[in-house]
Ligand binder design. Structure first.
Ligand SMILES: N[C@@H](CCC(=O)N[C@@H](CS)C(=O)NCC(=O)O)C(=O)O
Length: 207
């Protein structure tokens, strides 16, 4: 029943590792250091053809890529952990909404910020691409900030996997300094998640 998680410190594998900690599921962690572009190595691309982390291998060998798909898969496979409300609960729709927004709108900004040279054939464009990616990424968090009312979690007292995902991704793109100053509700959510007993050691390792 052991999962295999490919990832790196501070990366998108962190919320997956945190979800596994909440579940209490055994996991073998395999390092794919982004420094040196090990995610682009041929051997790893045979597992994840996008050359990205995280990748989760289920105990039966099934490969799951895409952080959102991985987290939802874990929530589905371990209902006793309560990582998502049931399908007929509106809270599930709320959780999915915020996770999809962050996966679809914020994560691509992170890629543009980290690898601006991929987005223009003209090397001189990189600083402007990076700057715009930061603006667009922060616009996503401002929108989240305006809409959520964590108490202390997105669904009130009930913790869910969306809390993990938003909390950890809010640390990226300078978020550790920018979020407390600009998005106090998102910051409070991040602190509440970071303080959870099973999450705290994993959070500390990745931040
Ligand atoms: N859509 C993917 C994005 C994954 C992603 O971009 N991961 C980053 C690390 S957090 C990565 O592997 N970057 C390396 C690269 O783009 O070459 C997901 O949600 O899992």
């Amino acid at each position: 029943m052991t999962y295999i998680l490919y990832g790196d410190r501070g990366s998108g594998s962190a919320p997956v590792e945190m979800a596994l900690a909440e579940i209490g599921a055994p996991v073998e962690l395999r390092d794919v250091p982004l420094e040196g572009d090990h995610q682009l190595a041929e051997a790893y691309r045979r597992i994840n053809p996008m050359g990205r982390i995280p990748t989760l291998i289920l105990p039966d060998g099934t490969v799951v890529t895409e952080s959102l798909a991985i987290l939802l898969t874990l929530a589905d496979r371990h209902p006793a952990a309560g990582l998502l409300p049931p399908p007929d609960d509106a809270g599930r729709a709320v959780a999915l909404r915020w996770m999809a927004l962050v996966a679809g709108e914020f994560y691509p900004c992170v890629t543009r910020g980290d690898y601006p040279e991929r987005f223009s054939a003209e090397p001189g464009h990189a600083p402007a691409i990076r700057a715009r990616a930061f603006e667009m990424g922060r616009a996503v968090w401002r929108l989240v900030e305006a809409e959520i009312a964590p108490a202390p979690y997105l669904l009130g007292e009930r913790f869910c996997v969306a809390d993990l995902y938003l909390a950890f991704l809010s640390r990226w793109m300078g978020g550790r300094e920018w979020t407390p100053a600009n998005c106090p509700k998102v910051e409070a959510l991040a602190q509440a998640v970071a303080a959870r007993p099973r999450v705290a050691p994993v959070w500390a390792k990745h931040i």
